[in-house]
Design a protein around this ligand. Sequence first.
Ligand code: PXP
Length: 238
Amino acid sequence: MAELAINVDHIATLREARGGIEPDPVAGAVIAELAGAAGIVCHLREDRRHISERDVEILQAVVKTKLNLEMAAAPDIIAFALKTLPDVVTLVPERREELTTEGGLDVAARVDYYTELVQRMHDKEIEVSFFIEPDIMQIDAAVTAGADIVELHTGAYANARSPEEVRHELDRLTRAAEYAHQYGLRVHAGHGLNYLNVVPIVCIPHVVEVSIGHAIIARAVFCGLDRAVREMCELVRH
Ligand code: PXP
């Protein structure tokens, strides 16, 4: 059975729209945990457009389940992670002009660099996840680098329109999950998942966690965060 991790970035996005103190992603994380979330995710972007250092530091102290810090492998963010000690870091690619993380990380292009980075995180007992396309070459690179987890990018699946395209993307994800599991990695999935498309993803063997932000925060605007999280938990534990 898969578990649900909630990404609280969009609560911070709303706060930053006015540059004030509300709504607080830390309060959102507490509500999400009480409603059944198995983990909290936040992305400290290089441009600090939503989550701030303050948020991550307080989340680290307050989160009772598991804190997963999404981050680019940039020197200042790496130093911050090594000091703040989240349970997991998820390494993602980052482009300043993007609206959200657009593609998977090219681990294969810099295996030696990532191997050393994984070791530095492991020295502090931080687990490492790579956010990658469902691609065998990237999974091999994640294994070589010593990763604990791969988060498979579900963006192409979420954007697929025809039933054939959806089937094709689900097949890719299924093969990638099987392969990653064989090589000892835990398998997560995320990006673009919502109340209508999440069930086939959590039915993929070996997918143990989905990471969801936008759809849940969007629903919470209308029906409250507690209910939005509970409804997604029900689907995820399907
Ligand atoms: N996983 C990763 C690595 C992401 O970068 C994001 C977007 O912040 C998500 C999951 C969540 O995506 P969404 O907001 O579309 O649910």
